[in-house]
Write a protein that binds this ligand. Structure first.
Ligand code: ATP
Ligand code: MG
Length: 554
């Protein structure tokens, strides 16, 4: 269990166990399979599975599959894979709201028999109209006082398929004047002649989320039904169902503030739009805040769990700075991934005094943070690639890297000095002619001189050609959509594809998903678009930690 004070939900769980109100804690993560999970869901997953693990209970994975028109098997599979990837296991406790359709139907009849539910013939528009507003009470439907017998018969015919979609609904009979709109005779069942991914054509009417959710919790013996704050106003309704139905247990709902992340939109509906309108290349586009997107981007699951722990759980709404998430990613990667050399925007260097055809190999550290990671051989020869931005012909003050007449260190290799700049007919620099100091093998000079800059490089003869994608925020502003349509805040610069990158040979054939640090450039991860002889890498995150800097300032 994590050290330090517990959040308010863990305090409640601890208190309930201590007081003997429950023998063990049972939580659940209840996604609707209408899209891919995002990092907001990760907060909920870490909370529910985390509490179960810490207090020796269990956590169910339950699909709230009550809306067959929006739900798909693809989403179900992706959700399971994502929860597993995050490091959690529901064991045998995989459930679906659709498992309970028969029982929910029987309980609806129970409410009708008790005079607490009725079949309404009003259309969806009329129902909305009758519902009233936050400031004005609603009006009773003309069908509200139907007899129990008539309701039973109509409900049976709804089940039977006698009516078209939307022709009738079943509503709970609560209070059309309630100050809480959720209690103004909410819809429990709607007619939907739609094939369900699990129950097929067995049903042509489906329970609403509001009717299915609490009863599903009760059936599964959920002790602490944890959800986000927008469901706080639904709690009286959930409690009303529980009180009026012969359910086997009584779950208690606790609400916490959802995760909001700067520069990011966490809404399945909007993410679906990004995918279906082609603003991104799919649910797992590395710019997406989906778990499959950030996984493809190279964020390790460990970093997401750390992030969830750091942001904590509270009832007050807030927005977390994206830089904090990146900080957690760097933290996790720094300890584990190996360093390599790669040149993203190559500029040719010819070492004019280095013998033609000579080849040397230098031992390079795999991870300075981890001595057990060992070393590897990096080939060195007369022609090298360096980073274009490491050279300036006419450098301003404070540019310490390579420029004419200046000496720099080539990482692990030699000191070298630039002697000549070669340009093409358009004046574009195409090559630097340099000489190296053979007495500085390994990077230190016998006379003790030490250049300010150390450059990474790749031997041209040994370089592996690669594609590298650099990613930035999907949105231009920290609060997308605050002033205009969300799509107008999409950044045109969220992805830059570099097609002419040069990698050291050891990077030739890593498996998709493998993470690595390119020295001086950031953390990268092998993309599944890699082809033999031409790997593709995604930049996971840069090296500069803006979060740490912000913290220092504060
Ligand atoms: P979205 O708002 O993205 O459409 P949702 O709430 O409709 O998501 P569900 O499948 O119902 O998606 O969510 C499953 C669980 O995840 C719910 O318990 C919900 O409260 C929680 N959840 C959803 N978004 C967040 C978030 N941003 N932060 C924390 N928990 C969240
Ligand atoms: Mg929801």
């Amino acid at each position: 269990m994590n050290e330090g004070p517990l959040d308010f939900i863990r305090e409640i769980v601890k208190g309930d166990l201590r007081a003997g109100r429950h023998r063990s804690v049972v939580t659940r993560f209840p996604p609707e399979p209408n899209g891919y999970l995002h990092i907001g869901h990760a907060k909920s997953i870490c909370l529910n599975f985390g509490i179960a693990a810490e207090f020796g209970g269990r956590c169910h994975l339950r699909f709230d599959d009550t809306n067959p028109t929006k739900e798909e098997q693809e989403y179900i599979d992706a959700i399971e894979a994502d929860v597993r990837w995050l490091g959690f296991d529901w064991g045998e406790h995989l459930y679906h709201a659709s498992d309970y359709f028969a029982r929910l139907y029987d309980w609806a009849i129970h409410l009708i028999e008790a005079g607490k539910a009725y079949v309404d013939d009003l259309s969806a528009d009329e129902i909305r109209h009758y519902r009233g507003t936050l400031t004005t009470p609603g009006r009773n439907s003309p069908w509200r006082e139907r007899s129990v017998e008539e309701n039973l018969e109509l409900f049976a015919r709804m089940r039977n398929g006698d009516f078209t979609d939307g022709a009738r609904v079943l509503r709970a009979k609560i209070d059309m004047a309630s100050g809480n709109i959720n209690l103004r005779d909410p819809v429990m069942y709607r007619i939907l002649h739609a094939r369900h991914p699990r129950t097929g054509d067995a049903w042509c009417l489906y329970p609403t989320y509001d009717y299915a959710h609490g009863q599903s919790d009760a059936i599964e013996g959920i002790t602490h039904s944890i959800c986000t704050l927008e469901f706080e106003d639904h709690r009286p309704l959930y409690d009303w169902f529980i009180e009026n139905l012969p359910v086997p247990s009584r779950p208690r709902q606790y609400e916490f503030a959802r995760l909001n992340l700067s520069h990011t939109v966490l809404s399945k509906r909007f993410l679906l739009r990004l995918v279906s309108e082609g603003h991104v290349r799919g649910w797992d586009d590395p710019r997406m805040p989906t778990l499959s997107g950030i996984r493809r981007r190279g964020f390790p699951a460990e970093a997401i769990r750390q992030f969830a722990e750091r942001i904590g759980v509270a009832r007050r709404e807030s927005t977390v700075d994206y830089a904090m998430l990146e900080h957690c990613v760097r933290d996790a990667l720094n300890k584990t991934v190996e360093r390599r050399m790669a040149v993203l925007r190559p500029l040719k260097v010819v070492l004019t005094n280095y013998p033609e055809g000579q080849l040397e190999e230098f031992d390079a550290l795999n991870n300075p943070e981890d001595p057990t990671a060992g070393t590897r051989k990096v080939p060195f020869s007369r022609e090298l690639w360096i980073e274009r931005e490491d050279f300036m012909e006419d450098p301003p003050r404070k540019f310490y890297r390579l420029s004419p007449g200046r000496e720099v260190r080539l990482r692990y290799a030699y000191l070298m000095t630039c002697r000549e700049v070669v340009k093409d007919t358009k004046g574009e620099i195409v090559e630097l002619r340099c000489d190296y100091d053979a007495a500085t093998r390994g990077g230190s000079a016998p006379d003790g001189r030490s250049p300010k800059a150390t450059l990474h490089w790749v031997s041209a003869a040994h370089a592996v050609p690669a594609e590298v994608r650099l990613y930035d925020h999907l949105f231009t502003r920290p609060d997308p959509g605050a002033e205009r349509d969300l799509l107008d805040d999409l950044s045109a610069k969220s992805e830059e594809v570099l097609g002419d990158c040069k990698l050291e040979p050891s990077l030739a054939s890593l498996p998709a998903g493998a993470g690595v640090q390119f020295e001086r450039l950031g953390y990268f991860c092998v993309d599944r678009d890699s082809r033999p002889g031409r790997p593709a890498f995604n930049r996971t995150v840069g090296l500069r930690d803006t979060w740490a800097r912000l913290q220092k300032k504060a």
